[in-house]
Design a protein around this ligand. Sequence first.
Ligand code: GCU
Length: 332
Amino acid sequence: MSLFRTPLLKKLPTLIALAILTITIGCGKQSSGIVLRMAHTLNTSHPVHAAMEHMAEQLKESSSGQMELKIYPGSQLGSERETIELLQLGAIDLVKTSTSPLEGFIPGMGVFGIPYVFRSEKHFWNVLDGDIGKQLMELGMDKKLRGLCYYDAGSRSFYTKGKPIQSPADLKGLKIRVQNSQTSIRMIEAMGGSATPIAFGELYTALDQGVVDGAENNPPSLLTSRHYEVCKYYSLDEHTMVPDIVLIGTETWDRLTEEQREWLQAAADSSVTFQRNLWQQKTQETMDKLKEGGVEIIHPDKQPFRDAVKELHDSFKGTEAGKWMEAVLKQE
Ligand code: GCU
């Protein structure tokens, strides 16, 4: 596992988190029920955090207080990659992550990072709610990662500091922050920009200090991370639809009884319905708040962006992500 392969100093925050969690586990044992610890990177004002809170409430209610979900938001326990590693080690029980950094563990998940692979929202949900979505969730079992549910994370688009992105040509010479994902790096390069992977929790400072010229994300993440304070141009090219996913460590899952698993899965399923509604409700409100915050919203012609990634699509042929891309393209 990479925790043991990377220099110790670099992993210090993860190791400190592990130590804190060991103390937490100790406390957890004194309570009569089961306390599951869940980590994610988003702020508590984000609609995806609200979904996890809903899941926690449902779990507590259906288990009559026998099971609890303790949520550690805002990258408290590290980046998404680090928390996935903590999950594999059994140091935490659940993680909510974007599927992008997950492709480093489960290559098939890279399919979501391929730009313009989905034709519409309907196509996207047919994939996630159908066999492909289910099969992808099961791919991580031998890596100790079990998928519980997907959350809506809308479409990702560019936001920049100095100038708006009207076409891929505007990305030339710009450093764009990407998630920890090879597919994202290749996408930016195909469009003519220069990709810099940075953890979400470190991005505000990186933008502010000019380490990067821009980034890309969905509207609620741009708003709740306050990156819009620094980046005043938001270009809705909607290059990818990368879902969020809730993962449980297989060690934790194996420890639960059949009844406890049912409570947890039902709470996760209920949070999915809750989150999809909330996301729809928040869409207009989010855009209004961004405009009030001084953000100029640009609606560029998407065709030049699609054209720029045609060769990238072809280059996935024969790869694991490419195999899933073929299946996605065939889906109604
Ligand atoms: C989205 C996603 C997060 C992720 C973030 C990122 O906001 O919901 O899970 O951390 O993108 O760009 O890193």
